[in-house]
Design a protein around this ligand. Structure first.
Ligand code: SAM
Length: 260
């Protein structure tokens, strides 16, 4: 779920191949993460989404949010046909293959846009935020889940440091905009009403789990030897059943302007 400097030759092409070859990998990892109360990231993500009104699951991927949203009108949108076929197989519907820069959704018709693990990678961000603002009803909200750097916790910091030593700093294309998101959201007519971080843990109970974590990372252009070093590190941690920290950030945004 991270990039090595986001300096891919062709980010859109990289993403397309990644999700064709590894459809469902984000859900595979995140659905096995829990916080100290047993809450998983998707449960945390939907908490501010309310219970009623049409919901747009933007960049829905394999549809991990769908089971939490079945009681209300739902629309899942993603650019990846491979991801959408997994979402369809679990019963999520309706689903539409589309790009976030041109949502096939009428103006002011959506109560909540949920967007898990995608706002940091979708380019170009400005027209995507404008599209989100366009489809949201007045008083509606965007709830976005994105990766964070902390909190890591003490043992978690060691696990993360070993990984970053192998992969380099984990970065995403929209890091700069999301570092101080008021401006980017404000330009789209959106106002931030909550911005929280929370730590989840992913238990490395064996090689398969270690490999899945590595496979879930966006690492365009990372040399093979560094991928192998990261794999070796995670597999070594798995022999002792270590827990990898997965800090996440949840942004809640609504149409309107930030008070001066
Ligand atoms: C890390 S996955 C997250 C999937 C799912 N929300 C989850 O949490 O498991 C990112 C998703 O964003 C989708 N995506 C990336 N850029 C997109 C764009 N411009 N428009 C629509 N979907 C996009 C990818 O196809 C992929 O399914």
């Amino acid at each position: 779920m991270a990039t090595e400097g986001a300096r891919s030759e062709d980010w859109a092409g990289y993403l397309e191949r990644f999700h064709q070859q590894r459809a469902g990998i984000t859900e595979t990892v995140l659905s096995r993460c829990v916080d100290r109360h047993g809450l998983d990231p998707y449960q945390w993500a939907v908490q501010p989404a309310g219970r009623a009104g049409p919901v747009l699951d933007l960049a829905c991927g394999s549809g991990p949010l769908w089971p939490h949203l079945t009681a209300r009108p739902y629309l899942g949108i993603d650019r990846s046909a491979s991801e959408l076929s997994l979402a369809a197989a679990r019963g999520a519907r309706p689903l539409v293959g589309a790009d976030a820069t041109a949502l096939p959704v009428a103006d002011s018709t959506v109560t909540v846009v949920v967007c898990a693990m995608a706002l940091m990678i979708m380019k170009p961000l400005a027209p995507i935020l404008t599209e989100i603002a366009r489809v949201l009803r007045s008083g509606g909200r965007l709830v976005a889940l994105v990766p964070a750097n902390r909190p890591l916790g003490a043992p978690g910091a060691l696990v993360a440091a070993g990984l970053v030593a192998a992969t380099g700093p984990l970065r995403y294309p929209n890091d700069a905009a999301l570092a101080d998101p008021t401006e980017a959201f404000g330009r789209a007519g959106l106002r931030i009403i909550a911005d929280d971080t929370h730590r989840f843990g992913y238990r490395l109970t064996g090689t398969a789990r270690a490999d899945a974590l590595l496979d879930s990372l966006y690492l365009p252009g990372l040399p093979r030897r560094r991928v192998q070093a990261a794999r070796a590190w995670l597999r070594a941690l798995a022999t002792v059943g270590a827990t990898a920290p997965v800090p996440l950030r949840r942004l809640v945004v609504t149409p309107g302007h930030q008070p001066a």
